[in-house]
Design a protein around this ligand. Structure first.
Ligand code: ACO
Length: 321
């Protein structure tokens, strides 16, 4: 028995901020952003859109594509580090809007690895028989914790939502999934203050993301290479047998460095960060949706998903669609 992704849905806010827009705000240039990160533009939520709104749109699309009645959903897990409020959690908000009752609904904080963490957990619920239809979401409004006057970070982060419907299947779906973390790196990418540590009376710089980008970069490349190699080895696969590599969309140079180390041709890598920026937990389902919708990813393809985020946290999944 396997669990299998039946469908993927995604949603991006309509409001687009280009590199040229950022040039007007901070001391940066389109050329610097493109060459150092690969990003050209990003979607940013308007002030009335919170994370649950993006998550809900993506979920509705996934439900529609799977052709299921929402009432079939018996588990909701949302990966996000930018929940609407401290409580209730984003999963419960989606549950309410979908008109569902009596199913577990929760969110998990694993930053950019949120979707893979959620997928890993939902996979276990399905394999144990406790869930027959799970809604797995990654959604963020990183714009709310981004300092728009800090050129080190504001050029990177973005908003969006992605969702998957997971069901039991007799044919292979999720072949393998592994998640991990190392809190020793927690001071390389973090928000100093927040809900319980100095809650904001007036939002200051300490309520925004802080990052030692260069150090994050180096650890990310090494860790991403090692978890990919591990996933491929443990499943007796080779890079040639992977049809598509869908990495977390943080920086094109991180993606290229990992692909180079794996000897994975860039033609097999789904890259969306030029259009999406870094949407943290939403980036993988958003990229999967793009690859499936434009016809590159086909039924039966073997796909390697991979994430790395603040904490640090990381995760991989190998799946067949
Ligand atoms: N525009 C122009 N110049 C800039 C900008 C900017 N937006 N940002 C930084 N610079 C300057 C710096 O001030 C520095 O100037 P200096 O040499 O005079 O001091 C110079 O550019 C080089 O800075 P570096 O930090 O060394 O630049 P680097 O090539 O490492 O690129 C970046 C920075 C893009 C942040 C990169 O390190 C990176 O992507 N790191 C990974 C971090 C990441 O992806 N975080 C996302 C979340 S975690 C995750 O999802 C993996």
């Amino acid at each position: 028995m396997y669990s299998r992704i039946e469908s993927i849905g995604s949603f991006l806010p309509e409001n687009i901020i280009t590199n040229q827009d950022l040039e007007k705000r901070v001391d940066t240039s389109d050329e610097w952003i493109r060459t150092r990160t690969g990003i050209k533009q990003r979607s940013i939520a308007n002030e009335n859109q919170a994370t649950s709104d993006l998550a809900l749109e993506a979920s509705r699309e996934a439900i529609k594509k799977a052709g299921i009645n929402p009432k079939e959903i018996d588990l909701i897990i949302v990966g996000t580090c930018t929940p609407d409020v401290a409580t209730p959690n984003v999963g419960v908000m989606i549950q309410k809007e979908l008109g569902l009752k009596n199913c577990p609904a929760f969110s998990i904080e694993a930053a950019c690895s949120g979707f893979i963490y959620a997928l890993n957990i939902a996979n276990k619920f399905i394999l144990s028989g406790e869930s027959k239809c799970a809604l797995v979401v990654g959604a963020e409004t990183l714009s709310r914790i981004t300092d728009w006057n800090d050129r080190n970070t504001c050029v990177l982060f973005a908003d969006g939502g992605g969702a998957a419907i997971l069901k039991p299947s007799e044919t292979p779906g999720i072949l393998y999934s592994d998640i991990g973390a190392d809190g020793a790196y927690s001071d390389l990418l973090y928000v100093p203050y927040g809900t319980s540590r100095r809650p904001p009376s007036e939002k200051d710089n300490n309520h925004f993301l802080h990052m030692k980008g260069n150090e994050v970069f180096k650890v990310a490349v090494k860790k991403l290479e090692s978890i990919a190699v591990n996933a491929i080895k443990r499943n007796n696969l080779s890079v040639e047998k992977i049809d598509w590599f869908v990495p977390h969309q943080a920086n094109i140079r991180i993606i290229q460095a990992v692909a180079r180390r794996l000897k994975m041709p860039m033609e097999k890598v789904i890259v969306t960060l030029d259009q999406h920026g870094n949407t943290s937990a939403a980036s993988i389902p958003l990229a999967l949706d793009v690859g499936i919708t434009d016809g590159r990813i086909k039924k039966g393809d073997t796909i390697l998903l991979q994430s790395f985020g603040a904490g640090f946290t990381w995760g991989t999944a190998l799946l067949r669609l």
